[in-house]
Design a protein around this ligand. Structure first.
Ligand SMILES: N[C@@H](CCC(=O)N[C@@H](CS)C(=O)NCC(=O)O)C(=O)O
Length: 206
């Protein structure tokens, strides 16, 4: 498999999951501004939507959209427990979290990356995001991971997007469970290996 990634983005989550599974993969860095790739290609020919992550399967099929990629990977190794079995109520609970993360923590607040956004819009987005973070705080108050005792793909995804909060000037210590959760996940060997591998790939030359 081949994962197209950009540093400090949501593509870290499938990367963590590849590491959790111990599967072999190639890593291709994408310059999100130029859409050029570290192997000299045009990322738009891989994902015409123009965003990471994209996962090229060994048979040539290309998967996009984080929650779909994450579940595909988890299902390659059901015994990993990275996702509950398809068709179970727990699987739907996982999908509930993946959808919450993708719409409320990832896409919803992402306009905050635009520093030219009027301040009143920034304030409204941050207020909404804070309400969503309070939901996560409540969930994590008495369990180590979103789904309970086990780390799942939802945690890999949430970890990746929580990394943006300092960029949005949101101090996570307002929600005491969140800094502990982040540190718990950052300490996983899979996470350390994924971050190290991403750092090994130089920026795409223009
Ligand atoms: N709906 C997509 C969104 C992916 C996404 O937002 N990717 C960002 C990085 S986190 C990106 O590559 N943005 C570049 C762009 O949109 O040009 C998903 O959930 O996978």
């Amino acid at each position: 498999m081949k994962l197209y990634f950009a540093p400090d983005t949501c593509s870290l989550s499938p990367h963590i999951v590849l590491q959790e599974l111990g599967l072999p993969y190639d890593l291709v860095r994408v310059d999100n501004r130029t859409k050029r790739t570290s192997d000299g290609g045009d990322f738009l020919s891989i994902n015409p939507k123009g965003y990471v992550a994209a996962l090229v399967l060994d048979g040539g099929e290309i998967l996009t959209e984080g929650p779909a990629i994450l579940q595909y990977l988890a299902d390659l190794e059901p015994s990993s427990g990275l996702a509950p079995p398809s068709g179970s109520l727990d699987r739907v609970r996982l999908q509930e979290w993946l959808n919450f993360i993708t719409s409320e923590i990832h896409a919803g607040p992402s306009p905050l990356f635009d520093r030219t956004l009027p301040e009143f819009v920034q304030d409204a987005l941050k207020a909404r995001l804070s309400r969503r973070l309070a939901v996560i705080e409540a969930q994590l108050a008495n369990r180590p991971y979103l789904m309970g005792a086990r780390f799942t793909v939802a945690d890999a995804y949430l970890f990746a997007v929580l990394g943006w909060m300092p960029v949005f000037s949101i101090a996570l210590d307002r929600w005491p469970a969140l800094p502990c959760y982040i540190e718990r996940i950052r300490a996983r060997p899979s996470v350390m290996r994924a971050l190290a591998r991403e750092r090994e790939i130089a920026p795409v030359e223009e």
